[in-house]
Design a protein around this ligand. Structure first.
Ligand SMILES: Nc1nc2c(ncn2[C@@H]2O[C@H](COP(=O)(O)OP(=O)(O)O)[C@@H](O)[C@H]2O)c(=O)[nH]1
Ligand SMILES: [Mg+2]
Length: 282
């Protein structure tokens, strides 16, 4: 679940991505519906110039329902075909097939005019770590994978998963990097738990989460923990610690511990479904 990118990783990933992009007609990008901006790769637009674009807002089950619709409309206004999905339980996954075909309609028409019939659409999944690429591929193509797996001769070069008579999917997803240079992006990726906590200070994240929640979803923390909310994130964290009897040996409040379970509750949807950002320009 942790990820740390080094310049070498990125150069290699980028080169691989550019090679793979030459082979495909449609890019299927997964983002996390709780942070659709921060979990989106900054360079994929330029790299996939001219390809059809499908954007899957995954983990929609953990995000704010109303914001899900706003984000869908927003990305549609930018020319993406957008589907809200839950790759884990399969919600929305079946409709992705139709959306891919729709996104590639122009290409299919162009082929037909040139007399090329039944050439399958080729697609690939891309996304930053932990957005659910593997889970999605399993949910989307599970049976197809089983079918192609034991055919002799298919292991050479690129592996394609035949999804139906019209669509083939590259079997390994492209792993993209997030927007490193933006610290607010790093914070949000950390809040949803996609960066290993070992490299971050838990109490700091808990403090940021308290601040965000009282400002954007007032009442949610009060309802969950029975505390009175306040603007001061540190004070609110102390109140939660007190309420939950998170104490150190000497009787002092154990803020790290309180922050730890606050984050855990948040990431697993036990406080409710929240989205950390509102639509904005890429
Ligand atoms: N709640 C929820 N969890 C999901 C969903 N999709 C993936 N996950 C979880 O997110 C984590 C990362 O998923 P994974 O497929 O390994 O991400 P990848 O790194 O992009 O391949 C796993 O624990 C999955 O079970 C979803 O739609 N909803
Ligand atoms: Mg994976």
């Amino acid at each position: 679940m942790q990820y740390q990118w080094y310049p070498g990783h990125m150069t290699k990933a980028k080169r691989q991505m550019q090679e793979d992009l030459k082979l495909i007609d449609v890019v299927i990008e997964l983002v996390d519906a709780r942070i659709p901006y921060s979990s989106k790769n900054p360079d994929i637009n330029a790299m996939s110039n001219g390809k059809s674009r499908v954007l899957l807002l995954n983990k929609a089950d953990l995000a704010d329902k109303q914001k899900n619709d706003e984000w869908k409309a927003y990305y549609e206004s930018l020319g993406y075909y957008v589907v809200l999905i839950n790759a884990k339980n399969g919600n929305g996954v079946r409709s992705v097939n139709d959306v891919i075909t729709k996104a590639c309609q122009e290409k299919i028409e162009r082929d037909r005019k040139r007399g090329i019939l039944n050439r399958p659409i080729r697609a690939m999944i891309v996304g930053i770590p932990n957005v659910g690429k593997s889970t999605f591929i399993n949910a989307f193509a599970g049976k197809a994978i089983a079918k192609t797996g034991n055919k002799p001769g298919v292991t050479k070069g690129k592996q394609w998963i035949r999804l139906n008579k019209n669509v083939e999917l590259l079997d390994t997803p492209g792993i993209l990097w997030p927007k490193f240079e933006d610290q607010a992006v790093g914070l949000r990726i950390a809040l949803i738990g996609s960066i290993n906590d070992e490299i971050l200070v838990t109490s700091e994240l808990g403090y940021e989460l308290c601040k965000f929640m009282t400002a954007n979803y007032p009442g949610a923390l009060a309802a969950k923990y029975g505390v009175e909310e306040c603007e001061d994130g540190n004070e609110l964290l102390c109140r939660i610690a007190r309420k939950r009897a998170c104490l150190l040996k000497g009787g002092e409040l154990d803020i790290e511990k309180a922050a730890g379970f606050l984050l855990d509750d948040f990431r697993n949807g036990r406080i409710g479904n929240f989205t950390l950002e509102i639509p904005k320009n890429e």
